[in-house]
Ligand binder design. Structure first.
Ligand SMILES: Cc1cc2nc3c(=O)[nH]c(=O)nc-3n(C[C@H](O)[C@H](O)[C@H](O)COP(=O)(O)O)c2cc1C
Length: 368
């Protein structure tokens, strides 16, 4: 392909399972922390997502599947009727603008505080191992709390939380869902031997540690059908809680991807490297070799620019590319990339919290 046809290819329609996308530019899930304590989306959030609807696919910011799954104040939820109604205004606005949007189903596991948990209880995790770092409450930053290990007989209840949220996502008019098994949250905590020291069928061997992610995926597929379910993995990122990668990244994620192949999902979405930091990986890890084992469509992410997207597409390494931070300041990112327009780099202060400022007030490109 010539350079021009490579560019055209990125901006041509692609079908991911049952999702017909107008182009291969995906908006990565980006938490913006602009919700009230009820976690209900409103007109501001509808405007924000509709402004970005020219992406082939919007992956809405991580959304708490239950009160127990919540680890940060000001994040949205998908367990109450009010939240479903709020999300419906968002999905309607995105669809009216010609876009597609999926919901990222999120349970933070150990990365939470008793201040955020129902009844002030301890956060839940595969094992009682505390994360490092602070989380955000209405009173500001607080250290994360010591979690308690889930009993084996509590696992069906965790899976049910995903099912309920998946059903709610359907009622809310989403086009599908993404299982959030990345960034060191609950499912990723089960995957890694640094956070999972269980001795039941959900711990120990690679097969056992992959079990919860696979059972959740299976349950969500039963709600949505395989063609409207994607999954996000981040094999090496420390992200939430400074969580070390697994001692056998290639073995663990290789097994997981082989098992995921059996579902025939809409897509695999991988954070390549340390989330929003660097694309470096530990010695012995080859993320391209892992993603090549996935038999469906593959969305690459992390520190991409247009040239990297074109190059990796030309090499046949990605089917689509997800941009996170660039979508904050460039609502019309797809058009700007396509036409070589200037890009805005949104300051970090605009990422989290506040209202319309730094959120819905970024202009579409109107010349230099
Ligand atoms: C402000 C901010 C919020 C984020 N929120 C989420 C999230 O809700 N879910 C998720 O899986 N990743 C989240 N990420 C990670 C991004 O999806 C993405 O992986 C990361 O920003 C790297 O892509 P980029 O280089 O294009 O920004 C977030 C990143 C940033 C900077």
């Amino acid at each position: 392909m010539t350079d021009n046809s490579l560019l055209t290819d990125l901006f041509s329609p692609v079908t991911m399972g049952a999702l017909q996308l107008a182009n291969r530019i995906v908006m990565a899930p980006v938490t913006r922390s602009r919700y009230g304590e009820d976690g209900v989306p409103n007109a501001l959030h509808a405007t924000y997502y509709a402004q970005r609807a020219s992406a082939g696919l919007l992956i809405a910011e991580a959304t708490n599947i239950s009160p127990q799954g919540r680890g940060y104040a000001a994040t949205p939820g998908l367990w109450s009727d009010e939240q479903v109604a709020g999300w419906k205004t968002v999905t309607d606005a995105v669809h009216a603008a010609g876009g597609k949007i999926v919901s990222q189903l999120w349970h933070v596991g150990r990365f939470s505080s008793v201040e955020l948990q129902p009844g002030g209880q301890a956060p839940v995790a595969p094992s009682a191992i505390k994360a490092e770092g602070d989380t955000y409450t209405v009173d500001g930053f607080v250290p994360v709390s010591m979690p308690r290990a889930l009993d084996t007989d509590e696992i069906p209840g965790i899976i049910q939380q995903y099912v309920t949220a998946a059903e709610n996502a359907k009622r809310a008019g989403f086009d599908g869902v993404e299982v959030h098994s990345a960034n060191s949250y609950l499912l990723d905590q089960f995957l890694r031997d640094s956070t999972n020291q269980r001795s039941d069928q959900y711990g120990g061997s690679i097969e056992n540690r992959a079990r919860l992610t696979l059972e959740v995926t299976d349950a969500v597929v039963r709600v949505w059908g395989r063609e409207r379910v994607g999954i996000r993995l981040s094999p090496v990122t420390p992200d939430a809680g400074n969580t070390p990668p697994d001692s056998d990244v290639m073995g663990l994620y290789g097994h997981l991807i082989e098992e995921l192949n059996k579902f025939g999902l809409a897509y695999l979405h991988l954070v390549e490297g340390a989330t929003a930091t660097s694309r470096r990986v530990p010695e012995g890890v080859d993320l391209d070799a892992l993603s090549a084992r996935f038999e469906g469509l593959f969305i690459g992410n992390n520190n991409y620019d247009l040239d990297m997207a074109i190059q990796r597409r030309a090499e046949g390494r990605i089917d689509a590319v997800a941009f996170g931070r660039l979508f904050i300041g460039n609502p019309d990112l797809a058009a700007r990339l396509r036409h070589g327009h200037d890009l805005v780099v949104a300051p970090r202060e605009s990422y989290y919290g506040g209202g319309a400022k730094g959120y819905t007030d970024w202009p579409v490109f109107a010349g230099k």
